[in-house]
Ligand binder design. Structure first.
Ligand SMILES: [Cu+2]
Length: 346
């Protein structure tokens, strides 16, 4: 071996060793640190919210013990244009309630299956380390309540969903939601936070006004509806989310699937920050972010000029023909340095 070759091999070995050290620092070590954290005091009932609202930020509090109460239900509601659908839900809404924790929190999760349900249900939380994310431990027949406890080890935005058989049908009927685990010290404070979750529905007519699940369309991955927050128009008209010029907006965006990958985009905005796949790596200056089925992303942007900003899945037939469209209404003063109408004059 020449001296030059020896030196460059040594250098390469150092680089590889360096990479390995970094990987273990950001993965195993942080989970070990979370396991060692002590959650003091008596368990409190956690605040959970319906979309598009989120619970208050964790801030810089110490790890705590929480009781999270979720009820699985089978309930008829409007899906689109006066058509009804029998949704299967967590806490009577699609998506299910938003759960907000910090790393080191200990959760006693109570999953109650409503007495008038037809089928058993359960919950698999992607934020949980342990078999099935809690699915087996929480399987409850109608009228029963199941309980399990877990410790939040990894920060991020995670999907939860029902994993009772047939799993595709339970997810297709709306059994999904988001759970946020904030890092130690909490996420940076912003002015507005909203909860948006995409999911698609495969339907056929049961009666004139009631639709039911169509397994063939599910197999073909050919939905009739691709929706934000379980209903066409859930973020339009009086339901638009809002912000004022100069404010920073944070969207917690999930994708329940069960099949499609979302190309999430806000027309007329650029995401200043994207927590890619809901994890720790933050990308900047992003036009459209990809959200896998069973995945999530946190997007943040400052709004500089007033107007109505359209939220879409940029797989654009879904937005204009299948319902994956919503709006953010921004009010406040114009800023002609940023955007000016009618620039050309005679
Ligand atoms: Cu279920």
């Amino acid at each position: 071996m020449t001296y030059k070759l020896f030196v460059s091999s040594l250098l390469l070995a150092f680089i590889i060793a360096g990479c390995k050290t970094n990987t273990s620092d950001s993965q195993g070590v942080s989970a070990d640190k979370a396991i060692a954290m002590v959650a003091e005091g008596k368990a409190e009932v956690a605040e959970v919210t319906e979309a598009p609202n989120v619970p208050k930020p964790v801030g810089d509090r110490a790890p705590k013990k929480f009781i999270v109460n979720l009820e699985t239900t089978e309930t008829v509601g409007e899906i689109a244009d006066g058509k009804q659908y029998t949704f299967w839900t967590f806490n009577n809404h699609v998506p299910g309630s938003f759960i907000r924790l910090r790393v080191g929190d200990e959760v006693e999760l109570h999953l109650k299956n409503a007495a008038n349900s037809v089928l058993p249900h359960n919950i698999d939380l992607h934020a949980v380390t342990g078999p099935g994310g809690g699915a087996e431990a929480t399987t409850a027949v109608p009228g029963q309540e199941a309980v399990f406890t877990f410790k939040a080890l990894n920060p991020g935005l995670y999907v939860y969903h029902c994993a009772a058989p047939p799993v595709p049908m339970h997810i297709a009927n709306g059994m999904y939601g988001l759970i946020l685990v904030e890092p130690e010290g909490g996420l940076k404070k912003v002015d507005r936070e909203y909860y948006i979750m995409q999911g698609e529905f495969y339907t056929k007519a049961k009666t004139d006004s009631l639709l039911e699940f169509d397994n063939d369309k599910g197999n073909e991955e050919n939905p009739d509806y691709v929706l934000f927050n379980g209903k066409k128009g859930s973020l339009l008209g009086k339901n638009m989310i809002e912000a004022k010029v100069g404010e920073t907006v944070r969207l917690f965006v999930g994708n329940g699937g069960p099949n499609l990958v979302s190309s999430f985009h806000v027309i007329g905005e650029i995401f200043d920050n994207v927590y890619t796949e809901g994890g720790t790596v933050v990308n900047h200056n992003v036009q459209t972010t990809i959200i896998p089925s069973g995945g999530a992303a946190i997007v943040e942007f400052k709004v500089d000029v007033p107007g109505e900003y359209v939220l879409v899945d940029h797989s654009i037939f879904r937005a204009f023909n299948k319902g994956a469209i919503g709006k953010l209404k921004v009010t406040g003063n114009e800023n002609e340095k940023v955007f000016k109408k009618g620039g050309a004059k005679k």
